[in-house]
Design a protein around this ligand. Structure first.
Ligand code: ADP
Ligand code: MG
Length: 729
């Protein structure tokens, strides 16, 4: 196929240029066609100098009236000012900060130039800074372009003109050998969108009659045609993963009566949402294929108990359950909750942690290997050790959002099912932003156990407290079934949030102490201030010492990532038992910590934290029936984004609204926590802008997969190609 020839097949592509093109993700001729303009310049008509207006990019012709060298400020280099004049006397000034003396001389009075640039209004009237210029012979004016001029994304060392020259060749080929419309007819007919070739031509060479304002908003049918195709291609990959999973076998775990035993012993009833999600899980577990379910539920919505009920179903059927938490604090908390709930049902719960003595560890490993321990809790790092399960039936991954989506997908593609980055202790944001190398799923969790001649894969329950907007979730997690716990337990009062300047810090401290004297328990969170974890811990230490020195009656605990696991556990347990009034912490407490009596939280330097993290932190309070309060302290001056974030926090407690806003402010990659590891990368689609297409894309992706469409492979080559993407990561 012509379109799949290497770029060196085009004229003028040398090794240097090839390198740049590869940098842009362009390898074959077809890749150029899918390298779409960022925006367009309109050089199809001239605007008379009398009709200029500020803010627009315009093509203007005029006669040079004068040129001058000026120095605006002492010691600064000269600028070149060129005044163009219209017969009416209207003027336009061209301003050049960088120029050769010879260039200045070219602008002699009476010469006619054609310039293109953005018009600004300055003290001297209309002005263009560094326009592109062309001296012309007014008797033989050069023809105007009859299409809009595209501006392509490019990189240093590869100019628009070189790129355009290649595009012209690629488009000439396209005209001769149109690309196949890979989307089958039913898709094209239903969507009523233009053919692929028409769409590509329109976007690379829009005609003056094409609606440029639609193109600017990415709402033009030509763009929609490409967006839907790209989204469909992405969904197809996810659907294939899902299908592949459905050909695997898992143990069928029947509903268990022990679940009812736990339910009746609980001091509360499940919310409607918890019941609904539980039913979905129970149904999945009874199937002969591995469950692949993502449960989303806002902080405090009660995911743990739902996981415990799933664990009971597996254990009662004679299978083991592995529960992975992102931090040891959370693992220990789960150990406590699960033991309390499951031990009375004679289900043995055990755990592993990094600080266990060798003898204890051996004992626990033996318990797991023999199958005596039914529920095993630990961090991901621990499951990488030589843990041999006897009959693993269910894997629960808690707080999945702390692990990268990218990694999940990449390993997923290689046939691994549980994918996490090895981040045992997500102590601070720096660690999260710089994830370690993606590690493969602990083999022992992925390995199949043979029963009655069949290889069994464990069921998977993935839980996340980051409420991801639905369309984003469908796109990032389209290979999973989604459940949402969209209801908080009754009696929860919205957390009252105040935003205060750091200058009020000592007053806030005094207020906190007064509250603690009335029996309130509080968190004081010192987020990352310096890059170093050491300084981070020190900041918390300094604050804790301040409280201890000034308020001797206050019982103060300190927790940060540099403490040993044992010390952390001691402090957490003391806080839980209300032997401490105040817990000064780093963001180590962000994930999952559950102390329902704590009802006051102060977050320092809140302006440095993202919305998702603020929401997670704040979610540590408001877990009981007390009215909770949160104070966000900030250091002035606030950036506009920081101000917007803090305002949203003050206005709402709803994780979904916060997530939508986060998506709006930050973009999908960031919301999914993939910022540093490569975003969900699309060539033209943008999940914020194009969310209206996600449903249709899913629908048609299913259609393609179900009909085993031969187009699938070509679509993937076209859209994913050789780009570094999760298929190649
Ligand atoms: P998250 O979804 O953030 O993991 P948890 O599972 O830690 O939330 O639950 C938060 C608190 O709410 C726990 O103390 C839990 O026991 C309690 N809880 C869970 N479900 C209910 C319910 N239906 N009614 C009242 N309290 C509940
Ligand atoms: Mg939780």
């Amino acid at each position: 196929m012509l379109a799949l020839r290497p770029l060196t097949a085009l004229k003028g592509v040398g090794p240097k240029q090839l390198e740049k093109l590869h940098k842009l993700g362009l390898f074959v001729v077809q890749d150029l066609l899918f390298h779409l303009p960022l925006r367009y310049q309109d050089k199809t008509h001239l605007t008379p100098i009398d009709n200029l207006y500020a803010g627009a990019e315009l093509l203007v012709e005029g006669e040079v009236f004068a040129h001058t060298l000026t120095s605006t400020r002492a010691g600064r280099r000269n600028s070149l000012l060129v005044k163009l004049i219209a017969p009416s006397g209207a003027t336009l000034t061209l301003r050049f900060f960088h120029f050769h003396p010879a260039q200045a001389k070219q602008f002699s009075r009476g010469k006619v130039v054609r310039v293109f640039g953005e018009v600004r209004l300055s003290a001297n009237g209309f002005e263009m800074v560094h326009p592109s210029i062309e001296f012309i012979n007014p008797n033989v004016p050069p023809a105007l372009s009859n299409t809009l001029t595209p501006v392509y994304p490019t990189c240093e060392g590869l100019g628009q003109i070189s790129l355009l020259k290649l595009m012209v060749q690629a488009l000439a080929e396209l005209n001769q050998n149109p690309l196949a419309d890979l989307l089958p007819n039913p898709v094209l007919d239903t969507l009523e969108l233009p053919s692929l070739n028409h769409a590509l031509l329109t976007l690379h060479q829009p005609q003056p009659e094409d609606d440029l304002s639609l193109i600017k908003q990415f709402k033009h049918p030509a763009q929609q045609r490409l967006i839907i195709e790209e989204l469909i291609t992405h969904q197809v990959a996810l659907q294939q993963l899902r299908q592949q999973e459905q050909t695997r076998f898992a143990p069928q775990l029947p509903a268990s009566r022990l679940c009812n035993a736990l339910l009746t012993s609980l001091p509360f009833e499940l919310t409607q949402a918890q019941q609904r999600v539980l039913q979905q899980i129970q149904h999945d577990l009874a199937q002969p294929h591995p469950m692949q379910r993502l449960v989303q539920g806002d902080v405090g919505s009660g995911k743990t108990v739902v996981a415990a009920l799933a664990a009971i179903q597996a254990a009662d059927a004679g299978y083991q359950v592995a529960i992975m938490a992102p931090t040891e604090i959370l693992a220990e908390q789960h150990l406590n909750a699960f033991s309390e709930w499951l031990n009375p049902l004679d289900i043995e719960v055990t755990w592993l942690n990094g600080r266990m003595k060798a003898a204890e560890k051996r004992f626990r490993l033996a318990q797991i290997e023999s199958g005596d321990a039914k529920v095993v809790i630990g961090t991901h790092a621990l499951f990488q050790d030589a843990v041999e399960f006897n009959r693993l039936g269910l894997v629960v991954i808690d707080e999945q959002h702390r692990f990268g989506v990218h990694q999940r997908l990449s390993l997923h593609q290689k046939g691994h099912r549980i994918v996490l980055e090895g981040a045992e202790d997500l102590e601070n944001a720096a660690e999260v932003q710089e994830p370690q190398e993606a590690q493969e799923v602990p083999k022992n969790l992925n390995s199949s156990s043979a029963t009655a001649g069949q290889f069994h894969h464990p069921h998977q329950l993935i839980m996340t407290a980051t409420p991801i907007p639905r369309t984003l979730a469908m796109t990032a997690y389209g290979d999973l079934d989604l459940s949402v716990i969209d209801e908080l337990p009754p009696g929860r009062k919205p957390i009252d949030t105040a935003v205060l300047s750091n200058t009020k810090r000592t007053e806030v401290m005094a207020h906190l102490v007064a509250k603690c004297a009335q029996g309130v328990q509080a968190y004081w969170v010192c987020p990352l201030i310096e890059e170093s974890e050491l300084l981070h811990a020190q900041a918390a230490e300094v604050t804790a010492n301040y409280f201890i020195a000034h308020y001797p009656h206050l019982r103060v605990g300190l927790i940060h990532g540099r403490l040993k696991g044992e010390q952390k556990a001691l402090v957490m347990n003391a806080f839980k038992a209300h032997q401490l009034d105040l817990l000064v912490a780093t963001t180590v407490i962000e994930v999952g910590v559950n102390v329902p009596n704590a009802s006051l939280m102060i977050i320092e330097n809140a302006e440095r934290l993202g919305l998702a993290q603020l929401h997670q932190l704040r979610g540590r309070v408001g877990r009981g029936d007390k009215q909770s309060h949160c104070v966000l302290l900030y250091q002035a001056p606030l950036s506009a984004t920081a101000k917007a974030r803090l305002n949203i926090m003050r206005q709402t407690n709803d994780g979904f609204i916060i997530a939508e806003e986060d998506l709006r402010i930050r973009g999908p990659g960031d919301v999914l926590g993939t910022h540093q590891t490569g975003t969900l990368h699309f060539r033209i689609a943008d999940l914020r802008r194009d969310s209206q297409w996600v449903d249709a894309a899913l629908h048609w992706a299913k259609y393609l997969v179900q009909t085993q469409s031969p187009a699938i492979e070509a679509l993937q080559a076209r859209w994913v190609g050789q780009k570094i993407d999760y298929q190649h990561a």
